[in-house]
Design a protein around this ligand. Structure first.
Ligand code: ATP
Ligand code: MG
Length: 427
């Protein structure tokens, strides 16, 4: 026999039994973003390779070794998007969304990075993010952070902490870069291979090293916050003041640098200790230079990306209550005539009760086998229609998982069904 084809390594199926928590997260996020006046932007999953090279930076992990890049049939180099911001900026420029305007945008969808698969790290993963354009002050940084804070609350997640930092202006970062190169060069013997490679290309990334052997060296490195320009400094103070006034707790982490080149000034991460090594569930910051770098005019911008896979793992591990998606009722239909009438009745019920989840038996079967299916469907009740109920214009309601508040009489006139659904089953 031929071997069954399996999914690509690091790319998962999300099965019907697992999708309830995904829908809960996605619906909650969508509603929340809309409630702050953000609107959805849907961009293609594939973009020209040059977009990500220019936006994310040549010396980053993503561009150096994580992108899914391939040649189109006409010879163009294309890449599966590894993140959402570059595409949003490309689309905004292409459709003239930036000039003299403010934009508040959200997106969600799959992203692709060729990394070593492990818990919380996949090759196809999902992000939901927001991006704001045209607002320069710390007020919007604070709003962006507040949206994430509110999302955790809505999802009933408590143990996440916020770390913030400021990367300053390009000039300040350039000056700090030289100081860092000096420092790490003096301790070159203590650098690991990755850091040695980054020393001249991207020394700030050394601060982000996860190698325990490098910990002390990194801890003693000069502090970025000591080299901030005045404007970035007061921007950072402005952000902290606003977070304080909204009651959003944070820690300043001067080693937080982020893995993507486009960030300046504010950067932040939301981190949980409940997921092990892959603890960052949301990351973002300000990227005032990106629109110009991709060919537009100077446009201040700020946003974040949430790792939905990690959020879903977190919700699962915390046993958080998510909205039930099991059917309210399973319609058992006995005999040919009942099948015809039942289909009609089911459609009427759906007209009157759009929020009722009603499953109608498929493939006929005996009473026993239909009830078995009803039970397997995890429905709260079975509606039963057979010959004698048809004759009497009645229907039987059999509690499967939930009791009925109506009388112990389970057989009711069909004309009363609407009331029972409204006042009892959906109540
Ligand atoms: P990490 O340090 O964990 O590799 P990153 O700095 O590469 O993260 P970002 O590019 O900032 O991550 O992406 C934002 C968020 O998307 C991350 O905080 C994380 O929650 C999620 N994420 C990133 N890469 C993956 C992946 N391969 N699988 C699952 N989630 C991911
Ligand atoms: Mg990464």
């Amino acid at each position: 026999m031929a071997k069954n084809i399996q999914s690509v390594r690091g790319m998962r199926d999300i099965l019907p039994t697992q999708s309830a928590s995904w829908q809960f997260i996605e619906n909650t996020a969508r509603t929340l973003f809309n409630s702050y006046g953000y609107q959805e932007l849907r961009t293609p999953v594939v973009e020209p390779t040059g977009l990500f090279k220019r936006a994310i930076g040549d010396a980053t992990d993503i561009v150096e070794k994580e992108m899914y890049t391939f040649e189109d049939r006409n010879g163009d180099s294309l890449t599966l998007r590894p993140e959402g911001t570059a595409g949003c900026v490309r689309a905004g420029l292409q459709h003239g969304l930036f000039h003299n305007q403010q934009q508040r945008i959200w997106y969600t969808g799959p992203m692709f990075r060729h990394e070593r698969p492990q818990k919380g790290r996949y090759r196809q993963f999902y992000q939901a993010g927001i991006e704001t354009f045209g607002i320069a002050g710390p007020d919007i940084d604070a709003e962006v952070i507040a949206i994430a804070a509110r999302l955790w609350k809505k999802l009933d997640i408590e143990n996440v902490r916020l770390e913030i930092n400021s990367l300053g202006s390009d000039a300040a970062r350039e000056a700090y870069r030289e100081i860092l190169i000096d420092y790490f060069t003096q301790h070159q013997d203590q650098l690991d291979d990755d850091s040695r490679r980054r020393l001249h290309k991207n020394p700030l990334r050394i601060l982000d090293s996860k190698n325990p052997a490098m910990k002390e060296l990194v801890a003693n490195a000069p502090d970025l916050l000591d080299y901030l320009d005045d404007e970035s400094s007061s921007h950072f103070e402005g952000l902290k003041k606003r977070l304080d006034s909204m009651g959003i707790a944070y820690q300043v982490n001067s080693r937080l640098v982020r893995g993507i080149d486009y960030y300046n000034r504010t950067v932040f991460e939301w981190i949980t200790d409940d997921l092990g090594a892959q603890g960052t569930i949301c990351a973002g910051g300000r990227y005032d230079g990106l629109v110009k770098q991709l060919g537009g005019r100077e446009t201040p911008a700020c946003g974040f990306g949430i790792g939905l896979d990690r959020l879903q793992l977190l919700i699962e591990s915390l046993n958080i209550d998510i909205p039930d998606q099991n059917p309210h009722a399973y319609f058992v239909l006995l005999g040919e005539q009942a099948e015809l009438t039942g289909l009609q009745l089911a459609e009427q019920i759906r007209n009157s009760h759009p929020s009722l989840r009603l499953l109608v038996n498929g493939g006929a079967g005996s009473f026993k086998s239909q009830l078995k299916r009803a039970d397997k469907s995890a429905a709260d009740y079975a509606f039963i229609l057979g010959e004698s109920e048809m004759e009497a214009s009645e229907i039987i309601i059999k509690p499967l998982r939930k009791a009925l508040a109506i009388s112990d009489q389970q057989s009711i006139p069909q004309s009363k069904l609407d009331d029972v659904i409204k006042n009892d089953i959906l109540a």
